[in-house]
Design a protein around this ligand. Structure first.
Ligand code: XMP
Ligand code: MG
Length: 179
């Protein structure tokens, strides 16, 4: 697994420090709110698990599963819901927790979908932001790291369902997906 990684982009320590800091900021911002964290499966589970424990105000959680990528490295542009939310959203302040904001197609679709379900507010917390590849006008409210236009894996992020369990974020060797 390690042999497929070109270089470590964000170390375990850098991830831990950034997530702790973000948790503190979200705790301040949501002190008087009705926070519900929505993790977008599967890429954001590791970030979600760490971030929720760094948040000190009451928070409920839910999960959604969407797909737009299949096995490739580029978005198909079509977002499909595989698993919708279980909880009612009326009066809730939703924080969408994502692994990476890339083209923005997934999150702009999700934002509209969640707003239509009656949420009071919606914000986006993404671990990684890849602004060079944006195709729609969407910005994260909270973002830990900006990354270059390389395919990154680890800390939840995958290529063809592999590498999610790497404890750091690394750049995948292009030869792995150019085969
Ligand atoms: P969009 O393009 O809709 O994509 O913003 C968001 C989703 O695409 C996946 N994605 C990646 N996954 N390394 C990955 O492992 C990447 O560099 C990458 N870029 C996009 C990811 O699932 C994200 O939620
Ligand atoms: Mg994702």
């Amino acid at each position: 697994m390690q042999d497929d990684i070109q270089s470590v982009l964000i170390s375990e320590q850098q991830l831990a420090d950034a997530v702790k800091k973000l948790g503190e900021q979200i705790s301040r911002d949501y002190a008087d709110r009705n926070l519900m964290m929505v993790s977008v499966l599967k890429g954001s589970v590791v970030f979600m698990a760490d971030l929720m424990r760094a948040i000190s105000v009451p928070a409920s959680i839910d999960f959604m599963s969407v797909t737009s990528y299949g096995k490739g490295v580029k978005t198909s542009g079509v977002v499909r819901i595989i698993k919708d939310l279980d909880e009612e959203l009326d009066g809730r302040d939703i924080l969408i927790v994502e692994d990476i904001l890339d083209s923005g197609m997934t999150l702009s679709y999700l934002k509209e979908h969640i707003m239509a379900k009656g949420a009071r507010s919606i914000r986006i917390a993404t671990l990684l932001d890849k602004p060079e590849r944006r195709r729609v006008d969407i910005h994260p409210d909270y973002s830990c790291f900006s990354v270059p236009d390389e395919f990154v894996v680890g800390y939840g992020l995958d290529y063809a369902e592999k590498y999610r369990n790497l404890p750091y974020v690394g750049i995948l060797k292009p030869c792995v997906y150019e085969k």
